[in-house]
Design a protein around this ligand. Structure first.
Ligand code: AMP
Length: 188
């Protein structure tokens, strides 16, 4: 695995552990010579992980829409790709990456993570998708996905595609052994 896309907050969050987790994930990626693909901003935990990878001697590709680039682009990345829209940003990040990790974040993070998970569910890609569960941040979301399975809107096999761990090294190990499900999306 050479390129990992990380979705993360454009804010820092309420607890220092969120920033620490972003920095630690950056160090783990750089140590494994995995290039970080991310949204190209200097703000929030986005900026923290990019700075951490760069400080550890790693490579970072940022992908950012023109409108956001003028306000929040990170000026020191290995490569900054400026694209016309949010849709093109997500498509390019998805193309460049071999797998996807969501750190704690807000609506943008959820949306990006669920988009790649949805594409995986439809068999449009077979790349692993995982949540870094810092301070149990994603436990309510896991509970909600279980609820969706119980209510027959989601197959257990597709629910299981959302990998989760509180440790980035273990999450990457799950990525290495990940086997995509081969069931169709429809229950009925
Ligand atoms: P959020 O989790 O709502 O803070 O959104 C962060 C995620 O959505 C990132 O992975 C970005 O790709 C995208 N995004 C949303 N808002 C911004 C912003 N103000 N600056 C840069 N990227 C953003």
């Amino acid at each position: 695995m050479k390129h990992i896309c990380v979705f993360c907050g454009s804010n820092l969050g309420a607890q220092p552990e969120y920033v620490e987790a972003a920095r630690h994930l950056g160090q783990v990626l750089a140590a494994r010579q995995i290039t970080l693909i991310y949204g190209g901003a200097r703000v929030g935990t986005m900026g923290e992980i990019a700075d951490s990878v760069l400080a550890a001697g790693g490579q970072v590709i940022g992908v950012i829409p023109q409108a956001l680039a003028e306000k929040v682009a990170h000026a020191g990345l290995t490569d900054l790709r400026i694209v016309p829209s949010m849709h093109e940003r997500k498509a390019l990040m998805a193309d460049l990456a071999d797998g996807f990790i969501a750190l704690p974040g807000g609506l943008g993070t959820f949306e990006e993570f669920f988009e790649v998970l949805t594409w995986a569910q439809l068999g449009m890609h077979h790349k692993p998708c995982g949540l870094l569960n810092v301070r149990g941040y994603y436990q309510p979301l896991m509970d909600f996905l279980d609820h969706a399975v119980a209510q027959r809107f989601l197959k257990a096999e597709h629910r299981a595609m959302a990998l989760i761990d509180d440790d980035p090294v273990r999450l990457l190990e799950q990525f290495r052994t990940y086997r995509p499900p081969s069931v169709s999306k429809w229950l009925d």
